[in-house]
Design a protein around this ligand. Sequence first.
Ligand SMILES: Cc1ncc(COP(=O)(O)O)c(C=O)c1O
Length: 449
Amino acid sequence: MDEQKANYPKSAEAYTEAVNFLPGGVNSPVRAFGGVGIGPLFIERAAGSKIYDIDGNEYVDYVGSWGPMILGHAHPKVLEAIQAAVKKGTSFGAPTLAETRLAEKIIAAFDSIEKVRLVSSGTEAVMTAVRLARGFTKKDLVIKMAGCYHGHSDSLLVAAGSGLADTTLRSSASLRSTRRGTPSSAGVPDPIARLTIVIPYNDIDAAKKAFQMHKGKIAAVLIEPVAANMGVVPPIADYLQTLRNLCGNDNALLIFDEVITGFRLAAGGAQELFGLTADITCLGKIIGGGLPAAAVGGRADIMDTLAPAGPVYQAGTLSGNPIATAAANATLDILTNQDCYQKLESSAALLEAGLANAAKDANIPVTINRVGSIMSCFFTDKPVRNFADVQSTNIKQFKRFFAEMLTEGIYFAPSAYEAMFVSLAHSKQDIEKTIEAAKNTFHKLKINT
Ligand SMILES: Cc1ncc(COP(=O)(O)O)c(C=O)c1O
């Protein structure tokens, strides 16, 4: 924490105060910078590609609130929509026309979605999807992949990535084998965790074996189609299609958790990118435009098992909240213009090439995994295909990289297990500045190794 005191004195003071009032000083674990061993930055404001801390420092922001800010911060059209909605009242607990418009836009973007339920967080979306799958199939077991994160509902806090990756996953045997889950968090009862079967990501044989071992009992396979909570790990060829086939053959549902990838890799998410369809899709982050909105969508016959149409219960006081829905509609209106994804691709490709060259010039081995506008720079010379691979990278070097980049005015995610998010607000100058900073940083890393 000395580093925080020296470089970010006001943040250091704010953190000391916050820990007296908030567990760990934060309201969501990764914000505490535990993965990099510096105290957290306290943020004052953000605009476009930049974020500003309370010490007055400006950073090029590649966290983007962990994914939602694909248009950049405080986009004028989104602010305008929010301001117009606020004037009409902040919550009604009754249906609005804007919710139907939002559902319509999601359905237009995803071939696999015929009906949508709006909720307030990604956690709720995935929890609902799993309950729906169990209710629809009348089966209990769910397969998940080690290192994928699906929010913090009980049955999914098993071999989970993201904030849990920095702590609980280190010694988990479930990273390499097919097994009943053990909880990643205290407070999750074993019998609940055991309903989740954990297999390694990108392991086709493990998926086949899990279906053989639990034939007729699997309600769903739940997956991030591009894993982005163990850093970014793309699916190998045929992996997602194999899961699609395995589910089809055993009357199990395929749930794509597109909370990160939905409206990010393409308007239709990973499904559009890879030409596949899921039975149930979970969306969040981007679809809230920076406000709390998320969604579950899927085939009409599945979705109609949700209450009040069907017997699977789900509800929410603030679901479809008018302000969040206004931000969501404004965001999706901009994103459904295809140029957005071309621009994201070229900005992210520029950043990837710049980082790779900077590392090569300094003779620092890195593997960069990138899919569209999400990417990770792993400190290793080997390919990174699953969580065990991520764990074998040089995490200590990542921590130095993160801290140095921060002093250069570049705000990457404070953990080797999180993605970098490129937004439409990142300019060529922002990316060039980032590459210059990376050149200096890799050089310093080289000197210190
Ligand atoms: C893939 C994925 N699913 C679900 C969630 C949970 O979303 P939320 O934090 O909105 O509850 C996250 C959050 O990072 C996520 O990355």
